[in-house]
Design a protein around this ligand. Structure first.
Ligand code: PEP
Ligand code: MG
Length: 765
């Protein structure tokens, strides 16, 4: 069964259209289960009916014609119940509905399984048989597994608009909306630039070319380079392989010829695709025909073709200029865009970012927020490879992405962008005003930095210091560890820019989702693995260099504070203190300077710290809550996983209660406690944090003015009332809505969601 399943999934993956994929499924399932009928019904979103889209066994003319209402027939019942139905005698069931066009009256037994994606029924997979019998458990399990596997393909087709009107499939260039999760707020309009990992053949986009001859020349060069590689490998194997085994290399070579892969790729280039896109298309086609073969030996050849494809691609990419043309208002789209890739792009040209994976608190999203680039992540259904250069609108306030937007929508969004600029200009008035509530409570607002670009924006917006300097960011931008002197220069810039205000430098926090390209960490469960302080204590040579660089950078400025990430145990603080003291003594001797010991703090990110908080906080000068990770660990929800993004919320009652507890405990032992996770920059949660008594809120520069306006608008007494209410509610969504409603009532709606007016002005959708 597993073999059949694998074969079906491979064939479905490489099918060029949804209809072919569905056909592949029904043919294979009918054969594998030896049933008389296998059919797939998909939900047509416009008519709200299940349309027969593929069948083996029923009248083929009924495909695309026969349909059932949402609660009609056994198919409707499977959709309504969202679970499989297995009947020995279908016609005896009260819901049974006879459809003469399908010629199904001869079939007695029925097994229907819903095709579900993200809790939504997309269709129903059905097998039927003349003989009255219950399908067995193994058959049930097979269909359920298969349906789960194909749901992604159907969802993808749905995103392309192919399921909107199943009787007349749409052109993929028609306007489409995709939903994701907001990574950094804002709106932008522009054209898509696909970012894809090198040598990942599946993600190469199609791209039209004018200079066909130049593409053909590049292809030829790449083919020659791969031929040379193959010959070299063949020669190398002379001693260890038998001649007939070595013949494989000759097969490889002949596959590159004009009458094989080479010629097919050239044909596709001549029809207007660029060399890399033509290569991907040809490899795709071959994958598909291999997958259809029953012979396991021949199917294994798939791997060879793929390997050849990757080799050709690597050479093509080597030739392609690494500097892409980023026109103004480029919208970066990709399955995954790393922080390093983002920072390497000409940031002034980047209008927005959209990724199919990731979640609101992925590091790339945090950096995008710091840079003020509207970002939507986790747009799982975005057909990235077909969107290069497509016109797009990114509305991160509503977590939406519009592809090929209509003229009216573009017009409306131009207006919204103009209004947003006015709003931002209006916020400028808050630059020089103190962050003080109308009832006289002062709130310390710090900024989170990482790049030098953050610094100017933060100072411009009146940050009172740096609550979190993510020291790993400069490490991510290099191809090796920065030297002590390089680090000193970078840290000095940060410290000088804010002096005499405090700059809290976090020690290197890599691991988890923050990989350095030159220090890869491959772990099954990176969030619970080797990360943060765990790595630096295992590598004192890295930690000591960083501490020495920070201490040297602080000479004469004395505004450095050091903060340790991911602390979970007393011994980690003791060891870090020991190393910092050692670095201090060394630097003092070397520099012949009196350098004061900087204040030392810990981040609270690991829930265990809550149960030992007085002991741990008692060892240091200050505490800062890393609510991004604390939320992840408290709720056991991966902060980077778009599948569980709905569950990741800092409004969760457990998170709010934990935060209040932390403040109370720290204040009980007179330890200042701040917060530097993203919730400090969210207007709704910022009010609650202020009311909890946090001594400082640290946020990205792009949120500083908004939060200052919130602080200046909401009296502390109101904040406390809202907090008391929130702490009594058991549901995150209710707390969030309550806060949004209050913000609206206080005239702050524009700050929360400028593109969704609760009163007046409705957006076209
Ligand atoms: C946090 O976890 O809240 C935090 C500020 O650190 P980072 O987002 O860099 O992991
Ligand atoms: Mg963290």
């Amino acid at each position: 069964m597993l073999d059949i399943l694998r074969k079906i999934v491979q064939e479905v993956d490489s099918a060029p259209t949804l209809l072919t994929a569905l056909d592949v499924i029904v043919v294979n399932v009918q054969e594998a289960l030896s049933t008389e009928v296998c059919s797939i019904y998909l939900l047509d979103e416009r008519s709200n009916r299940y349309v027969l889209m593929a069948t083996r066994g029923l009248n083929p003319d009924a495909v695309g014609v026969v349909s059932l209402g949402l609660s009609e027939g056994l198919v409707g019942l499977v959709g309504q119940r969202e679970e499989l139905i297995n009947l020995e005698e279908a016609s005896a069931h009260p819901k049974y509905r006879y459809l003469p066009e399908t010629g199904e009256e001869r079939y007695g037994s029925f097994l229907g399984v819903p095709i579900m994606h993200r809790r939504k029924v997309l269709g129903v997979l059905v097998v039927q048989q003349q003989e009255k019998r219950r399908f067995g458990e193994a058959e049930e399990a097979f269909l359920v597994t298969l349906s789960a596997q194909i749901s992604g393909v159907v969802a993808h087709a749905r995103a392309l608009g192919q399921l909107d009107n199943l009787h007349a499939p749409k052109n993929i260039n028609s306007p489409r909306i995709f939903h994701g999760v907001a990574g950094a707020s804002g709106i932008a309009m522009g054209r898509a630039v696909v970012i894809y990992p090198p040598a990942d053949i599946d993600s190469v986009p199609d791209r039209g070319v004018e200079d066909i001859d130049s593409e053909l020349a590049q292809l030829n060069q790449a083919l020659n380079a791969v031929r040379a590689e193959m010959q070299m490998l063949g020669n190398k194997m002379t001693a260890s392989l038998m001649p007939e085994e070595r013949a494989l290399f000759d097969v490889y070579l002949s596959m590159l010829d004009d009458n094989a892969l080479g010629g097919e790729i050239a044909d596709k280039i001549r029809s207007g695709n660029w060399a890399q896109g033509a290569l991907r298309a040809v490899i795709d086609e071959h994958m598909q025909s291999f997958a259809a073969m029953d012979d396991p030996y021949l199917r294994e050849r798939m791997a060879d073709v793929r390997d050849l494809g990757r080799r050709i691609l690597a050479h093509l990419q080597k030739q392609a200029s690494t500097t892409r043309d980023y026109s103004e208002n480029s919208i970066l789209i990709g399955d995954e865009i790393s922080t390093a890739t983002l920072v390497e792009t000409p940031l002034e040209s980047i209008a927005a970012i959209v990724t199919t994976t990731g979640a609101a608190n992925s590091h790339m999203a945090i950096v995008a927020r710091a840079l003020g680039i509207p970002t939507v992540v986790g747009v799982a259904e975005l057909p990235v490879s077909s969107l290069d250069d497509a016109e797009m609108i990114v509305d991160a306030y509503q977590s939406r992405v519009y592809v090929h937007p209509s003229r009216e929508l573009r017009k409306r969004y131009k207006e919204i962008i103009r209004e947003e600029r006015q709003l931002v200009a209006g916020l400028d008035a808050y630059r020089d005003l103190p962050a003080e509530t109308p009832d006289g409570h002062k709130v310390v607002l710090y900024v989170n930095t990482g790049l030098m670009a953050d610094v100017a924006r933060a100072r411009d917006r009146g940050a009172e210091g740096v609550g979190l300097y993510r020291s790993e960011i400069p490490f991510m931008l290099r191809d090796r560890f920065p030297s002590e002197e390089e680090q000193r220069t970078i840290y000095r810039q940060q410290l000088t820019a804010f002096e005499p205000r405090p700059v809290t430098m976090r020690t290197l926090d890599i691991g988890g989702d923050k990989d350095l390209p030159y220090f890869p960490i491959n772990e099954v469960n990176p969030a619970l693995g080797w990360r943060g302080i765990r790595i630096t204590l295992d590598h004192p040579e890295i930690f000591l260099v960083q501490m020495r660089a920070m201490l040297k950078a602080s000479i004469g400025l004395n505004n450095l504070q050091i903060m340790l990430p991911m602390v979970s145990s007393v011994f980690e603080i003791e060891e870090a203190q020991h190393l910092i003291h050692r670095a201090l003594t060394e630097v003092q001797e070397e520099e012949k300077a009196e350098i004061p010991m900087p204040k030392l703090g810990i981040m609270i990110e690991v829930p265990a710290v809550l149960l030992q908080i007085r002991e741990l906080a008692g060892m240091v000068d200050f505490v800062s809550v890393g609510s991004n990770d604390l939320t992840q660990y408290l709720l056991a929800v991966d902060r980077n996983n778009s599948r569980v993004a709905d569950l990741y919320t800092s409004y969760h009652p457990a998170v709010l209660r934990a935060l209040q507890y932390i403040v109370n405990e720290c204040h009980a032992i007179d330890k200042p406690v701040g917060i530097c996770g993203e919730m400090a920059g969210d207007p709704g949660t910022a009010i609650l944090l202020m009311a909890m008594g946090f001594d400082s809120l640290s946020m990205s520069a792009s949120n500083l003015l908004k939060i200052r306006k919130v602080v200046r608008t909401v009296p502390l007494a109101t904040g406390k009332r809202l907090l008391a209410q929130a702490l009594g509610v058991d549901n995150a969504a209710v707390i969030r809505s309550m806060m949004e409603l209050e913000l609206n009532n206080m005239g702050l709606w524009d700050i929360v969601r400028p593109t969704q007016r609760p009163v007046g002005g409705k957006l076209p959708s």
